[in-house]
Design a protein around this ligand. Structure first.
Ligand code: MF3
Ligand code: CO
Length: 247
């Protein structure tokens, strides 16, 4: 059941989403070689709390940090720790903020210094996949058109779509219906109603899309150890288009 938010609820979501947006920009200005992934998490937690919000991820199903910091072959849910970022890494930072009774959710993949041409293209194409995904999107669009568009763009560039994780509805809970796959067939799935708020988050692999979870129960890595990237925004479905709350 895809829930629909009232205009008042959507207005309440603007603030946590703006905090996510600003926090991602803040991290993007500071992240660099020599920093540990734990230091990235500390930046995120301080920023979110200083904004009067709560980091939604901290304690979620036992998750031990405020951000997911996923380097190179880590697709998503990388737990911040002692790893020192170095030139050539790509690192996705995924974070959620809770304020006004609602969550906002977003992710960016950052390049550390100069990265290989393959990683550079992967980061660019993953962002493009998000924007392809929302092309023509409005109330009435079949849900799986999003994944169809994402998949088409990823595969046209020689990359693959990670299937094990998806986007999701968001609101008073961080994860609500519907599940938003990044692959699929056009013209299928429920039609999105106006007022639905969803997170669209392509996770794109340079090689094969198959992933495994490490023993920590969270860290998702590509089986072939090739790099992956992630890009996410919280989006409101409107009658004539979408509004991106985390940009
Ligand atoms: N922000 C993530 C998402 O897009 C949630 C990560 S799981 C958590 O769904 F445990 F870290 F919260
Ligand atoms: Co999300």
């Amino acid at each position: 059941m895809i829930s629909v938010k009232t205009q008042g609820e959507i207005d309440l979501m603007r603030e946590p989403c703006a905090i996510v947006r600003d926090c991602l920009a803040f991290v993007g200005e500071r992240i660099g070689a020599g920093m540990t992934t734990k230091e990235v998490d500390t930046l995120v937690e301080k920023f979110i709390r200083a904004s009067g919000a709560t980091p939604s991820c901290l304690g979620y199903c036992g998750y031990p940090a405020s951000a997911c910091v996923s380097v190179n072959e880590v697709v998503v849910h990388g737990i911040p720790g002692d790893y020192v970022l170095r030139e050539g890494d790509i690192v996705s930072v995924d974070l959620c903020a809770y304020k006004n009774g609602f969550h906002g959710d977003g992710a960016r993949t950052f390049r550390i210094g100069r990265v290989s041409p393959e990683k550079d293209k992967l980061v660019r194409v993953t962002e493009e996949c998000f924007f392809k995904g929302i092309e023509g999107l409005s109330a009435g669009t079949p849900l799986f058109d999003i994944g169809y568009r994402v998949q088409k763009h990823a595969e046209a560039n020689g990359f693959s779509v990670v299937r094990a994780y998806t986007g999701h509805g968001i609101g008073r809970e961080m994860h609500e219906d519907p599940t938003v796959p990044n692959h699929g067939h056009r013209g299928t799935g429920p039609r999105l109603p106006a007022g639905a708020v969803i997170c669209i988050e392509p996770m794109i692999a340079a090689g094969n899309w198959r992933v495994a979870t490490l023993d920590d129960g969270w860290t998702a890595v590509t089986l072939d150890k090739k790099p992956a990237a992630h890009y996410e925004n919280t989006v409101v479905i409107g009658e004539d288009g979408v509004e991106i709350l985390t940009l």
